[in-house]
Design a protein. Structure first.
Length: 298
């Protein structure tokens, strides 16, 4: 492997043409400059310079070598700058995965704080179900995730508890449940229930609580939370949604909800990342930002 110091001496001599100027530029002795040039010529088995009137001038072969060595020097300089910028958090990217609840509760603050600290870091956000985010973290396709509790608990993932989330039964203001003071499980089972189309932690939790599989119930599966909430306003369906995700609709008077004092409808909120996650300065900052600001205070 060619020594980069020799290549720098070669390029600098080609440009300055005098060994004493090269020595001053590179903070080495003129004899060391001569040593590097002779060493390269020996390594390449060809003459790179000839001397004329006290100047070092490139041979035809030397001119060709200079063309490529200059590119190597520039690449090495760019590489050093890239590594330094990465270490200082000036360039790079971060990939974040969040569930719907995490998007509403945490994401705006986290993105604003992170982007303010590291404006040149590219941020990629994936909004998916909690099981899907776990899968992406496990495959190291995401750096960090904020998810709801699932039945999975991968040994390759670290789970940091941020707090708890409460599921409530949601329905429109003109739904028959709006007139009920107490709603029984049996009456819920007989309703048309809206679920997320893909596998989600909400669906698994509700299935356990109702002791029915979604496949055995009268359900409509949808991909969009906003569509689910809009459909509920017509008063013909019900859904289990995080209480924090319907605050605006409840205030506006378009949706009602029933809260059940049942620990089974509570779920943990986790901040997750792979055990082998590489943490540079900006990833470390994001992790600490989450742990310092998103953990529920006792």
């Amino acid at each position: 492997m060619i020594n980069i110091v020799k290549l720098k001496a070669f390029c600098t001599l080609a440009e300055l043409k005098k060994a004493n100027l090269v020595a001053k530029e590179l903070s080495i002795s003129p004899s060391t400059v001569s040593f590097h040039i002779h060493s390269l010529e020996k390594e390449f088995k060809t003459q790179l310079f000839y001397r004329q009137s006290g100047h070092y001038l490139l041979t035809e072969t030397g001119k060709g070598v200079y063309h490529y060595v200059k590119q190597i020097i520039n690449l090495q300089t760019n590489l050093q700058q890239f590594i330094e910028n990465k270490r200082e958090g000036k360039v790079g990217s971060i990939r974040i995965g969040v569930s719907n609840v995490a998007t509403y509760l945490y994401l705006p603050y986290l993105l604003d704080s992170f982007a303010t600290r590291y404006p040149n870091i590219r941020i990629s956000v994936t909004v998916q179900t909690s099981p899907k985010i776990e899968e992406l973290i496990q495959n190291q396709q995401l750096d960090y995730g904020i998810i709801m509790e699932t039945k999975n608990h991968s040994k390759e993932i670290i789970y940091e508890t941020l707090g708890t989330d409460q599921l409530v039964l949601v329905y429109g203001t003109n739904h028959p449940f709006a007139k009920e003071k107490a709603i029984q499980k049996l009456t819920i089972v007989n309703q048309k229930i809206l679920f997320h189309a893909t596998e989600s932690s909400t669906k698994s939790l509700v299935e356990r609580w109702l002791t029915y599989r979604a496949a055995d119930l009268n359900v409509i599966e949808l991909d969009s939370l906003s569509t689910i909430k809009k459909l509920l306003t017509f008063g013909k369906n019900v859904a289990f949604i995080s209480k924090s995700l319907i605050e605006d609709e409840v205030i506006a008077g378009t949706l009602f909800y029933q809260e059940f004092e049942d620990i089974e409808l509570e779920r943990q909120i986790y901040f997750i990342y792979h055990r082998e996650q590489f943490e540079d300065i900006h990833r470390t900052y994001f992790k600490q930002l989450v742990l310092d600001n998103c953990i529920a205070k006792e």
